[in-house]
Ligand binder design. Structure first.
Ligand code: KET
Length: 458
């Protein structure tokens, strides 16, 4: 334990010296006296041994379970096996199994570092203006009429999660309908984010286990039966955890249903560029909705497509009917953000803005992004081939049909825990595997584990 700091009371600052002390000295005097009393009091009260936990004011607190996704990494980190493999969290790994910082990001960071004119002042509540403008362009398209008509308000957010939360809080405070429909299944954190934001969470049918595809009929029926005005959460592309997306024709029908029922679409775009390798193609569903002139929300994340996971950089855009409404909406978003985290961090958004602003850097980024998407697609083929080669029972064609970071394998929780115990393979209990965590080196190990699980565990 560090010894307590004892300030020597100085005669200069003694209480009876006030007759000749300047006022600043008197202030210091008071502070010093306060310090001395405080430290002496504390040192009398310091107990040499820790108190029993039953004395704690927090003694009644129950241990919470680990997060269903991030807890997988916690368990993985504790495993000492050299063959362990983390296919839990959706985070890109190289062929060597290492996290990747994009070359373009490294380059921009170097530029930022050497630019002596930069400082660390607070940025505005809504974030960096350039970043916001460029993020809206990235998702809605450079020629989007909504942007040209100033009907979009964009605020920088704490990655995808923070942007969803700000959007949720804004709706809970200002929107007339407090129900949000989530696809069944969805990213587990959606439920908590929107519930804690003050919305009531309901679900719509999305995935058909029998076909391992989209339950399109169920989806349309459930959205058709939702009360007018309800909010509908849509994964913009690369649906998590299923890897199943509607076709563009299906998106068009979904759009018609949503608009005809006056539902409010809220897009979660965490994987733009990761589904097809093309930023524009992956944004097509959102652009369909913007093109009809209607209103919507969109949360963007740069965690995956720029590999900026820990920088927490994202954006929330709200497309409104008019510029006037958009500016009033923005004024209220500021009131949501200010007491929550005051203003967003500067570093990640500066990286993104620099890349989006410069044609060469942007092109370089799209090439690196495509390479990541292609490596994942290649892993799908390799895993599919490896299971076929082993004669693993079942139809595994969904591995190559599904898109984005994840394969929703269909393995049950018992099979997953068998694979973790016997093969040190870590994944979420719903049978989702992050294809981005797989490499040519580890495919055969995974295929062995799946084969054993399917043939040995019911
Ligand atoms: N939306 C979806 C659909 C999503 O999968 C994630 C992250 C996010 C938002 C939020 O990402 P952020 O880092 O806040 O920008 N999903 C992966 C990581 C996680 O669970 O936090 C995952 O599913 O593994």
């Amino acid at each position: 334990m560090r010894p307590p700091v004892i300030l020597e009371p100085s005669t200069t600052y003694s209480s009876n010296s006030s007759s000749y002390s300047p006022s600043s000295d008197r202030r210091l005097n008071t502070i010093a006296k306060h310090f001395v009393n405080h430290v002496q009091m504390d040192s009398h009260n310091i107990s040499p041994s820790p108190t029993a936990s039953s004395d704690s004011v927090f003694a009644q607190i129950v241990r919470a379970p680990e997060d269903a996704i991030l807890g997988v990494t916690v368990a993985y980190n504790k495993d000492t096996s050299p063959i362990k493999l983390n296919l839990g969290v959706g985070a890109y790994r190289t062929e060597e199994g290492k996290p990747l910082v994009l070359d373009v990001v490294r380059r921009v960071e170097h530029q930022l570092f050497t630019d002596g004119s930069r400082n660390k002042e607070y940025i505005p509540i809504v974030g960096l203006a350039d970043f916001n403008k460029l993020s809206a362009k990235l998702i809605f398209g450079a020629d989007s009429p909504a942007i040209q008509e100033n009907r979009v308000t964009t605020v920088q957010g704490l990655s995808g999660t923070g942007s969803l939360r700000v959007g949720g809080e804004f709706l809970a405070k200002h929107y007339h309908e407090r129900v949000i429909y989530l696809p069944q299944p969805t990213w587990g954190n959606h439920i908590k984010v929107f519930t804690l934001a003050g919305l009531t969470v309901k679900t719509y049918r999305y995935y058909a286990p029998a076909t391992r595809g989209l339950d399109f009929q169920g989806l349309l029926e459930d959205l058709g039966a939702a009360p007018s005005g309800s909010v509908v959460l849509l994964h913009a592309c690369a649906h998590n955890p299923t890897g199943v997306d509607p076709t563009l024709e299906q998106w068009e029908q979904i759009r018609q249903m949503i608009r005809s029922k006056s539902l409010l679409p809220f897009f979660d775009s965490a994987y733009q560029g990761f589904a097809s390798g093309s930023l524009d193609a992956d944004a097509q569903p959102i652009r369909l909705f913007v093109a009809d002139g209607g209103e919507l929300l969109a949360a963007q994340s740069y965690a995956k497509n720029m590999g900026l996971y820990g920088e927490r950089v994202g954006a929330l855009s709200i497309v409104c009917k008019s510029a006037d409404v958009a500016s009033r909406v923005e004024s209220q978003l500021k009131l949501v953000i200010r007491p929550m985290y005051s203003s967003p961090p500067i570093h990640g958004a500066s990286i993104v803005a620099a890349i989006l602003k410069d044609r060469d850097l942007y092109n370089e980024w799209t090439i690196e992004l495509k390479a990541m998407a292609d490596r994942i697609i290649n892993m799908r083929q390799q895993l599919f081939d490896a299971l076929r080669a082993r004669g693993t029972p079942g139809d595994w064609s969904h591995i190559i049909k599904q898109i984005g970071m994840f394969t929703f394998t269909g393995l049950n929780p018992e099979q997953v825990s068998f694979m973790t115990k016997e093969y040190h393979i870590y994944m979420t209990s719903d049978g989702r595997i992050s294809m981005a965590g797989l490499s040519s080196r580890t495919v055969s190990h995974l295929a062995d584990a799946i084969h054993a699980a399917v043939t040995q565990v019911a």
